[in-house]
Design a protein around this ligand. Structure first.
Ligand SMILES: NC(=O)c1ccc[n+]([C@@H]2O[C@H](COP(=O)([O-])OP(=O)(O)OC[C@H]3O[C@@H](n4cnc5c(N)ncnc54)[C@H](O)[C@@H]3O)[C@@H](O)[C@H]2O)c1
Length: 317
């Protein structure tokens, strides 16, 4: 059992992560702006704190008396606030919480990044030399959200340079996170359902058809925490499903939405996703258990009969 402090534990991914870590026998404390009455957080220690305040972050993280820190708190959607606010907020959150973790003597520190760091969807164009995308793919953020996630990775590396291997660090880039209730038909963050995202490839194309089940993110974090003392310090991982969130092969679909990728996408046959999860499999022995094919079959009625899609914020993953 590890005592884990999760920042942003009341959020969309945070609630599933907290649930998964508690199910695996860990004691979890969530730090978030407000105490949440979400059922997933019942019985979990919660502290209301504005983590952009460095002193408050230091007190809250030290007070959790944790062995591991998972930093999720962020403005998590591109363009959901002015660019300067997103950059300033997410940069401060990453610096404050990870620094507080180091100062509190927490030995394992993990930060959430995002696949957006590689820059797909850039208005002036984006090209890729090779698919699938993996951790060797160059980073090229084109908006403040993606830049702030790259900054979180760099903040982790900066702290690693300060502490050496006294603290173990890692960062992960979760693909578009789908929580259990969303398989059952609840709207995803963009307002439409998973089934609608599959039926209309234009909805899934901005994230290059990537996704991951939130429960698989929880198992990823669990195995990562166990492995962190044995793998190289400061590693970054993509965390994605084994298949693409698409009904047709990406070799066909991707070139329709990302012009100029016909040759590179030709390797994405069958159900192969655009994002490789091979590094997490190789270094951690982790594998995702959930796929949209099984999950939608398990919830056929509600998943295929959604209500109004509502307004659609920008894609996050
Ligand atoms: N959900 C995805 O598809 C996805 C994909 C890639 C990366 N991520 C990353 O995963 C993390 C979690 O994303 P999410 O979808 O759960 O987002 P979310 O918005 O649902 O949760 C973020 C949480 O952070 C908290 N927070 C924000 N500012 C804070 C502050 N100043 N002090 C304390 N808490 C604060 C919010 O209250 C919220 O509960 C983020 O870092 C996001 O960038 C998410």
């Amino acid at each position: 059992m590890t005592r884990i402090v999760v920042t942003g534990g009341a959020g969309r991914l945070g609630r599933s992560l907290v649930t998964g870590l508690v199910e695996r026998g860990h004691a979890v404390v969530s730090l978030d702006r407000a105490v949440s009455d979400a059922p997933e957080l019942r019985g979990v220690g919660q502290v209301a704190v504005d983590l952009t305040d460095a002193a408050a972050a230091r007190d809250a993280v030290a007070g959790a008396e944790a062995d591991a820190l998972i930093h999720l708190a962020a403005i998590a959607v591109p363009f959901s606030a002015p660019e300067d606010v997103i950059l300033r907020t997410n940069a401060a959150l990453a610096l404050n919480t990870m620094t507080a973790g180091v100062e509190a003597g927490i030995s394992r520190i993990v930060t959430a990044s995002s696949p957006t760091v590689i820059g797909y969807g850039a208005p002036a164009g984006w090209s890729i030399d090779r698919l699938p995308i993996d951790e060797q793919t160059p980073t090229a953020p084109w908006n403040a959200y993606a830049l702030s996630k790259l900054l979180a990775e760099q903040t982790m590396r900066m702290l690693h340079r300060q502490t050496g291997d006294a603290t173990r660090f890692a960062a992960f880039r979760p693909c578009y996170v789908i929580a259990p209730e969303e398989w059952a038909g609840a709207p995803t963050q963009q307002g439409h359902t998973v089934a609608e995202r599959l039926d209309d490839p234009a909805l899934s194309a901005p994230a290059l058809f990537n996704y991951v089940d939130a429960r698989d993110v929880a198992t990823f974090v669990d195995v990562l925490l166990t492995a962190m003392t044995d793998i190289p310090n400061g590693e970054v991982f993509f965390v994605g499903a084994d298949d693409a969130l698409a009904r047709r092969p990406l070799a066909e679909l991707l070139p329709q939405y990302v012009p100029g990728t016909t040759a590179e996408a030709s390797v994405l046959t069958g159900t192969t996703p655009a994002f490789s999860n091979a590094k997490a499999k190789r270094l951690l022995g982790w594998a995702p258990r959930h796929t949209w094919r099984d999950e939608l079959d398990a919830h056929p009625r509600r998943a295929h009969h959604s209500g109004s899609p509502g307004p659609r914020p920008r894609e996050k993953s």
